[in-house]
Design a protein around this ligand. Structure first.
Ligand code: FAD
Length: 451
């Protein structure tokens, strides 16, 4: 029987997996996962934990046949293909900068064995949607219009009976001990449960509720989408099939499109994973030295004295996830109140987020810093106090994550310095004066733009 390798990367599922189906068309299928030190060592423990759970489930779903090997993919994949005499190796195309380079290296090393790319991690593969003159979109709204017009295929069927091939496997990676951090349940089944609950109970109100970090109103599909325990095509298909319509559904589809937009931007401009998309602000002056290090440490630990910022940073440490509105607030605070470069915040997020995704994260940061596509204007400085009062109107979010403030009632929790008895014990003083730092930020931006 001819044999193919199904090399799983960011598509850790059996359902709606066209690359797996393509491998099944060849004959017996060897399910392979390469534990690439270049990725594993850079991932923080929360992401490793999630990945380890996904692999354990995939192992079970493949009848215990998942082969895990550690090493450089350009060494491991050809070695496995040779070992089992595979005709071809099947993957979903990786469109990120590292994945593209890695796959070219693997392709070269495979020689006569084909590396077959089928599909991608997106409803529409990055690079597909362009303007009429074939140039990439730089602004989200026209991209999203074209994206919807283009449409996407139906989900691929789940293969009924796969004839899994055998090869020696190393031990599956152990899920690291996360201490008090409790991350979202991983794996294809958990993704399905999480999604069905959202689709049945939450999506209709998503447009009105999604900005409320105190309520559990968003889908929490980001880590599942990142690791491919579900494909966005499935989500879009389920939404249409649910018979639901209206602003909730519409807004949700738009959010999925943001993910696709940033992946498309990164496809066309891979260097923007690290560099400024809009070089106009590349000469910004940032704070450095001991004071800046102390400020960064306070931000990272959730001890800035700004309750909304502190609650969000502590949620990140506790769950490996943070609500989108809070990501914007803490990113603005780091860049515009503490005057630190967005790249530093982006790196910290990548270490701690379970859903850490180069395209969405680094372009999310660039959006806030005013250096990205379609960016928030540089002069938009989020006020962490008014943002907190607006989006956490009863203060429940802050009280949940900042125990020092747990007894402060209602909205007052956003301004604990105004309490008659002074700051509650253990809660820090504000590290900066927001109004003053806003002016400093605007001056620095003006100077950078004047260069
Ligand atoms: C500074 C910053 C950093 C971010 N880093 C990441 C990251 O590393 N990984 C990541 O997946 N998202 C990132 N986002 C986007 C967004 O915050 C998360 O996708 C969202 O909070 C995940 O929760 P959810 O699945 O409940 O989202 P929902 O509100 O339920 O949205 C559904 C899905 O749409 C996509 N989505 C929603 N908003 C955005 C957005 N602004 N950009 C791109 N995709 C979006 C995600 O795939 C998300 O799962 C970042 C945003 C900012 C401002």
């Amino acid at each position: 029987m001819p044999t193919a390798v199904s090399w799983f990367r960011r598509d850790l599922r059996l359902a709606d997996n066209p690359a797996l189906l393509a491998a099944c068309d060849v004959g017996d299928v060897l399910p392979l996962f390469v534990l690439d030190p270049a990725i594993w060592e850079k991932s923080g423990d929360p992401r490793r934990h999630f990945l380890a759970g996904c692999l354990a489930e995939l192992h079970e779903a493949t009848g215990g046949r998942l082969v895990v090997r550690r090493g450089k993919p350009e060494d491991v994949v050809p070695a496995v293909a040779r070992e089992i005499g595979a005709q071809s190796v099947h993957v979903a195309g990786d469109t990120g900068p590292y994945g593209r380079t890695r796959d070219r290296a693997v392709e070269r090393a495979l020689g006569d064995v084909d590396l077959v790319r089928t599909g991608s991690a997106y409803a529409i593969a990055p690079g597909t949607i362009t303007k009429d003159d074939d140039t990439p979109f730089k602004v989200f709204t026209p991209f999203s219009r074209r994206w919807r017009e283009h449409g996407w295929p139906d989900p691929a069927p789940t293969p009924r009976e796969v004839s899994w091939a055998r090869a020696d496997s190393e031990a599956l990676p152990e899920a690291p001990d996360l201490g008090d951090t409790e991350v979202l349940e991983s794996g294809e089944k958990a993704a399905r449960r999480q999604w069905e609950r959202f689709l049945d109970e939450r999506i209709a109100d998503y447009d009105r509720q999604r900005d409320r970090p105190d309520l559990d109103t968003t889908s929490r599909m980001s880590a599942h989408l990142h690791f491919g325990t579900v494909h966005p095509r499935t989500l879009l298909h389920d939404i249409s099939g649910s018979g639901q319509s209206g602003p909730g559904v519409d807004t949700y589809v738009t959010e999925l499109c943001w993910r696709e937009f940033y992946a498309d931007v990164l496809w066309h401009r891979p260097e923007t994973a690290r560099e400024y998309y809009n070089a106009e602000l590349a000469g910004m002056a940032y704070s450095t030295g001991k004071g800046a290090e102390e400020d960064f440490a306070a931000w990272a630990a959730g001890r800035t004295g700004f309750p909304a910022v502190d609650a969000a940073m502590r949620q990140l440490l506790a769950e490996g996830w943070m609500h989108n509105r809070m990501r914007m607030i803490v990113a603005s605070f780091l860049v515009k109140d503490l005057h630190q470069e967005w790249t530093r915040g982006a790196r910290y997020f990548m270490q701690h987020l379970v859903d850490g995704d180069l395209a969405s994260n680094n372009h999310g940061w660039q959006w806030v810093a005013g250096t990205g596509t379609d960016a928030s204007p540089y002069f938009r400085v989020f006020n962490p106090i008014t943002q907190g009062k607006k989006f956490d109107p009863d203060g429940d979010y802050v009280r949940r994550w900042v125990p020092e403030l747990a007894d402060v009632p209602g909205k007052k929790v956003h301004e604990p310095w105004t309490l008659p008895g002074g700051l509650p014990e253990g809660y820090p003083e504000q590290v900066v004066d927001h109004a003053q730092e806003r002016t400093v930020a605007l001056d620095r931006y003006a100077a950078a733009r004047g260069r």
